[in-house]
Design a binder for this molecule. Structure first.
Ligand code: PA5
Length: 539
């Protein structure tokens, strides 16, 4: 199969053999056709009510068409006014797809899915005269997105720019943002299809509006999705989504609950970051699920040397240790992975459309924001080593040199477990932090994920709390030099970021998971010390 042709190949013969009966079962059940026809009974009675309002994504290649003209018209209008820089404020399902679409198309989009004050300040420092901000939130109540809206509205006003003319809203009908947009007279509101959940919304207004305004050819994406839609509705064992779901299901049955995702030259930029949300949030619940591990490429630790607890999936042609290969253009891949994830949900006997454990971390963060003492650094570190302060949940070793602490932490990972590195930092200025993933995976031989906080809270965060309970969590937080107030809110962005880290750490600890938090009192120096300590710890 060529890289352009849409398809799924189970390269590993043993896995293909195990997957065959599951593919036959899905085909015999008529699952693919039922899914395409939006049959909400596929996941059992407990999921039926939610599924009945979550399946419109199967036909977005048709229903999203009218949006194209609207997006083009707004883009032309903005350009005629000299407004050609697009900033997107949105979390999880409201930003991951447009980020992949624009990166793949090679058009610039500034994505704000962070509470890091430095990263937001850098976005504000761009040319505001030329800037439009797309405020995207299905619920219309997400605190990060609302904070960005407030900060940008004030910055526009301070610069003498009519903020209302520079804010475009994407939201569900009747949400607080849709009401606010009307009250404030924001430039335009795109109301998305409410019968599509966040992580399945790539081809709704959530994916298409910011990407199209930034200059990506979004009509082509719909064409690509349309080109595979009929095949995905076929009840055959060869249906690519049936193949992918069956392979995941068979691997999971055999104890491989991790899915390691590497791009092998597909031409799609950053697809694993989008896919990890879809898989983790859809399947990671009720103590089961598939843990996506997004890695840097087919030679990366975790993929090249994956063990029996993981399945290696290539996005693109099969390469290296790949056991499964998924090919096709971006629009088609979105649909293949969505169908496959929903079908895998049936095999795993979970509801792929809810996210029962996401709210817990939000609640804990809100409680901390109400307790300013804790946030002001009331907590005392167990150990300070250079520019790194050490905190740990009960039972986690926090005494000694940093390398000793890390050695004990890595050594305590459950058999078949995983390490999750979660960095509440600036994902542009502190980008090198993500190299820790490969470094730790290589040195420990343990599957290791990396997530930027709070972005991952809207993605893999669900799995960490709801999926297989064998993760060990390494949180990294950092000192904030110049904090940003959130207009008309009693907290700063830095306080929000800190509360999110502490809140999620608390919830993980309540789940009995080991949490080691390293706070960098000087980000650059602390990070360098941390890298050295990781190398030393694993010798
Ligand atoms: O898939 C999901 O439902 C989540 O990841 C959401 O997309 C994310 O939490 C953002 O929510 P909202 O679009 O309501 O701001």
């Amino acid at each position: 199969m060529s890289g352009d042709e849409t398809g799924v190949v189970i390269v590993d013969a043993e896995l293909a053999e195990k997957a065959a009966p599951l593919a036959q079962r899905l085909a015999a059940d008529g699952a693919a056709a039922k899914l395409a026809a939006k049959d909400s009974t596929l996941w059992g009675p407990d999921a039926e009510s939610e599924a009945s309002i979550r399946l419109s994504w199967t036909t977005l290649h048709k229903s999203s068409r009218p949006l194209i003209g609207e997006i083009e018209a707004l883009r032309a209008e903005l350009h005629s006014e000299g407004v050609d820089r697009v900033v997107l404020a949105g979390m999880g399902g409201s930003s991951l797809a447009p980020e992949v679409i624009t990166a793949t198309a090679g058009v610039p989009l500034t994505v704000l899915d962070t509470t890091d004050p430095g990263q937001v300040a850098d976005a504000l420092a761009g040319d505001l005269e030329r800037t439009v901000i797309v405020v995207s939130s299905k619920s219309g109540g997400t605190v990060e997105t609302d904070s960005h809206r407030r900060i940008f509205a004030k910055a526009f006003a301070d610069a003498g720019i009519d903020a209302a003319r520079r804010i475009v809203v994407v939201t569900d009908p009747g949400s607080p943002f849709s009401e606010l947009a009307e009250k404030e007279g924001y430039r335009k509101t795109f109301l998305a299809d409410p019968h599509v959940g966040g992580r399945y919304s790539a081809l709704t207004a959530f994916g298409l509006v910011p990407a199209g305004l930034a200059g990506a050819d979004v009509a082509r994406l719909l064409d690509q999705a349309a080109s595979v839609a009929e095949t995905l509705a076929e009840d055959t064992a060869e249906n690519p989504a049936v193949q992918l779901a069956a392979a995941w299901g068979a691997a999971h049955e055999a104890g491989a609950e991790k899915v390691v995702l590497a791009d092998t030259g597909s031409g799609i930029k950053g697809f694993p970051d989008w896919a990890e949300q879809l898989i983790a949030e859809s399947t990671g619940k009720l103590g089961t699920g598939l843990l996506p591990v997004a890695v840097e490429g087919p030679d990366a630790p975790g993929f090249a040397d994956h063990g029996k607890d993981a399945t290696a999936v290539a996005i693109g042609a099969p390469e290296g240790a790949a056991q499964i290969s998924v090919t096709g253009p971006l629009g088609a891949q979105f649909l293949v992975w969505e169908f496959a994830t929903a079908l895998a949900g049936r095999l795993l006997e979970i509801n792929p459309f809810d996210q029962p454990d996401v709210e817990a971390a939000k609640k804990a963060a809100r409680a901390l924001l109400d307790d300013p003492e804790k946030l002001k650094g009331g907590e005392t570190p167990a150990t300070v080593d250079g520019a790194v302060e050490v905190f740990g949940s009960e039972g986690v070793v926090t005494e000694g040199k940093l390398a000793d602490i890390l050695r004990a932490f890595f050594g305590s990972v459950a058999d078949g477990g995983y390490i999750a590195v979660q960095a509440y930092l600036d994902r542009l200025d502190d980008a090198s932090t993500s190299l820790l993933r490969g470094e730790i995976a290589k040195r420990t031989g343990v599957q290791t994920t990396f997530g930027w906080g709070p972005r991952f809270l809207h993605s893999t965060g669900q799995y960490h709390k709801g999926g297989h309970q064998n993760g060990s969590f390494l949180q990294i937080t950092g000192a904030v030099e110049d904090d940003l107030p959130v207009p008309d809110r009693p907290y700063t962005l830095g306080q929000l970021q800190h509360a999110q880290a502490l809140g999620d750490g608390q919830v993980l600890a309540e789940h009995g998971r080991p949490v080691l938090r390293l706070h960098l009192t000087d980000r650059a120096a602390g990070l360098a010390e941390l890298v050295r300590a990781v190398q030393e710890a694993a010798q």
